[in-house]
Design a protein around this ligand. Sequence first.
Ligand SMILES: [Zn+2]
Length: 130
Amino acid sequence: MTKEGPVPTRTTRRKGKAETMSKKARAKKPAVVRVTDISEASLECRDLRHPWKRVTDFVLVRTKGAPSIFTRHLKCPRCTTERFDTYAVPSFELLKTKTVYPKDYQLHGLKERVRISEVRREMFERNKSA
Ligand SMILES: [Zn+2]
């Protein structure tokens, strides 16, 4: 007499899908953009953060005459990244933020997030050879 135990759940592997996506990405963009490939300005902003300047500051947006949100547009004078924030009225809580990076800011094709220590090392290496 055999009793059937609980059916073991199978974990589905999605290897195939990931491979298809990386193939697509490879076709459009350069395979890998490392920290050594990005501009001086982009590197500096990754290390020290963006020195944001206000393009517009807390603009009140009304919906059907009633105050609905505040918007704020910021721009980095060093690397030209732009940030568009939306805040709640009247709490000023951040509702959403959208960041638009210049072409040479973002890294591609790396398996892991770039560590800040790697950014610092690259800054050091560039300054040494300058
Ligand atoms: Zn910047």
